[in-house]
Design a protein around this ligand. Structure first.
Ligand code: F6R
Length: 260
């Protein structure tokens, strides 16, 4: 597990965006795993800028998003499909037909889960999966107690997540309590995983992810078992890490190796 601690949220977004740019340069037909929420918004802005500047092209890429609210149509302005179109897809040269978000309106949600798994396999698996993290350690909508071997399926949101996401919904607007999400097992099969976290509210979750025991009570801690997981955080999200100095020392050595 590589832990990269940067000054602020902007530096985190820039670093994350560069990883995507490098991935696509190495493999133009990359399969990208994408996330919603506040954390990736600045990274997506950087990718839009890079695309417009001709530094990266998404023409051959395919994407799979982590999750979607169950019961929200793609056209609903709180659906994750809508979010992705607005925040990224409408502004880059990706073929929209190659972008995938779980179908929150599928008449048979169980089937929607296995269809999604099949589509990922058919695309050749995810090359680089972007993740945010919930204050309770969730990744995707895999809430604490989710099986570490889980696959794409329906998950009930915790009250904490519902409360955290209430900021996106208008007062009295219907807010879903169910989601369809890639499982932890699905995420673990991605070739590389990039988890971003910024702000002090994520400090406990980051400490549990990096330094806590591997436990279903902190779903992100499963990444300790991933061979190529990189955790990119700002100073505020790093405040509860016991071994912060060591992670910074490792990165210094890493930079030396890269310039040699
Ligand atoms: C979003 C997702 C969630 C968020 C997490 C953090 O697709 O799967 O796990 O990454 O809830 O959300 P923000 O970034 O809004 O703090």
């Amino acid at each position: 597990m590589r832990v990269v601690i940067l000054k602020d949220a902007q530096a985190v977004a820039h670093y994350g965006a560069q990883l995507f740019v490098k991935q696509i340069a190495q493999k133009p037909a990359s399969v990208l795993g994408l996330a919603t929420g506040s954390t990736p918004v600045n990274l997506y802005k950087e990718l839009i800028k890079a695309n417009k500047a001709g530094q990266v092209s998404f023409k051959q890429t395919t994407s799979f998003n982590l999750d979607e609210y169950l019961g929200l149509a793609a056209s609903h302005n709180q659906s994750y499909r809508y979010f992705m179109n607005e925040q990224l897809f409408n502004h880059i040269d990706i073929n929209i037909k190659n972008t995938h978000v779980p179908n929150g309106m599928h008449p048979n949600p169980k089937q929607a889960g296995s269809d999604y798994e099949q589509a990922i396999t058919h695309a050749g698996g995810i090359d680089l999966q972007l993740l945010g993290i919930g204050r309770n350690g969730h990744i995707g909508f895999n809430e604490p107690s989710s099986s570490l071997a889980s696959r794409t399926r329906v998950k009930t949101l915790t009250q904490a997540t519902i409360d955290d996401n209430a900021r996106f919904f208008a007062e009295n607007e219907y807010q879903p309590e169910l989601s369809i999400t890639m499982g932890i097992g699905t995420i673990m099969e991605s070739k590389q995983v990039l988890l971003l976290a910024t702000g002090e509210s994520k400090a406990d979750a980051i400490a549990a992810t990096v330094e806590g025991p591997i436990s279903a009570m902190c779903p992100a801690s499963a990444l300790q078992m991933h061979q190529d997981a990189i955790i990119v955080i700002d100073e505020a999200a790093a405040t509860k890490l016991t071994n912060k100095d060591f992670y910074q020392f490792i990165e210094k050595q890493q930079r030396k190796l890269e310039t040699d």
